[in-house]
Design a protein. Sequence first.
Length: 484
Amino acid sequence: MSGPRPPEGAIHVAGSWRRAHTAARLDVVDPATEQVIGRVPDGDAADVDTAVRAARRALGDRRWRALTAGDRAALLLALAGELEARAAEMARTITSENGSPIAETGGAAAHAAAVLRHTATLAGDLTAEDVRPFPAGGAATLVRRVPVGVAALIAPWNFPLTLVMVKLAPALLAGCTVVIKPAPETPYHAAVLVAAAEAAGVPPGVINVVTGGPGTGQALVAHPGVDKVAFTGSTEAGRHIARACGELLRPVTLELGGKSAAVLLPDADLEAFAARLLRTCLRNTGQTCYNATRILAPRERYAEVVDLVTDTVRSAPIGDPLDPGTVFGPVVSARQRERVEHLIRVGVAEGARVTTGGGRPAHLPAGYYVEPTVFAGVEPGMRVAQEEIFGPVLTLLAYDGEDDAAAIANHSRYGLGGVVFGADEDRAAAFATRLETGSVGVNFFGSNHAAPFGGWKDSGLGVEFGREGLEAYLRYQSVHRLAP
């Protein structure tokens, strides 16, 4: 693994790596080799308290408090440059932690930098005067936007840098200070991040990092010095966090699971769909929250779609994630592989038909690899069509008419992403509005940093990206004054 390594047993607090209070350690395992590549603290309540107190001190420190929105925007731009300068070490670090193909992680720093640069353009929203007259006259109200305070940022392992940055960038621009808890599988990329932040001139204590598992996250969410929580992860964990924040009356943003649909309309260009299939439906070895893992095809073209998807998935290279040609790497852990394999067995037992994959690749005896798998003959109510598998598994469903397609696509407790493919883009766009989901693409899927991204139903609360994502890190104060 390349990149800076934190001292053994240390957390990052108030601008330096300090020995953790806890004696408990977590192994960090390379998913491609199954070898332990390091150990990090499993932070306890005392470690969380140290980090939160440091963030609260920094919140009131003149070195941070006196900065204008423009000053903070300049820091974001500096951080973007420092991350880009560390792109190679960031990519190799993330790949060694979570097994994502280097073709994916190679863009992590650039994507984080793009988030920072766009967020910096929103600084004017914080400084524009907002005076609202009373409807009856005689007085006016100044609406002030102030930082919410100390923000707890809890990130997952699949896109660890990006999914920290969509929280960190608006938090910093708003004037918040933060405590980051990376996923236990992916702690080391945070060392690259804090090195970049220090080089960019971010004051000590503004960004703090505590590693650990679920107990660490629970202590952070419940800490009285935390003013806001942002979490990306499973729906189950999100429910626990939502309950805790509800009891504490603490604002929370949750970006949770998904089981998105790719709807092929009868006039869809199948060659164009095939060209986007792996990126849209199985990105990052299927470990992407918005992947469209349910593919809906018109019954009259179903057999053709099954053959096309099967051939495309079967021909994609699987192997060493450090090889730039690899499309499918290992899944993140032994536990995740067990879950994926269990649900493949469930699909077979339910009567779905495996057209490719279904096992472990024989040429890869080491590593948490699962053969990319395609299920045909899937019915909407099957578990493999309803549960988020979070691995390289696709389900293909047939529909009869657009009303049936919309009903099948919406027959899900999730509502995070989705995509509609059709040669008539106006027709496809009109159909897209029928899908019960926070984001939907027409003939492609992507994230626009200027537009809100968030889930409906069990896929979350609140949004990230855009002005709306910045507002999640602000409080509003109305100052009423009589007219002179």
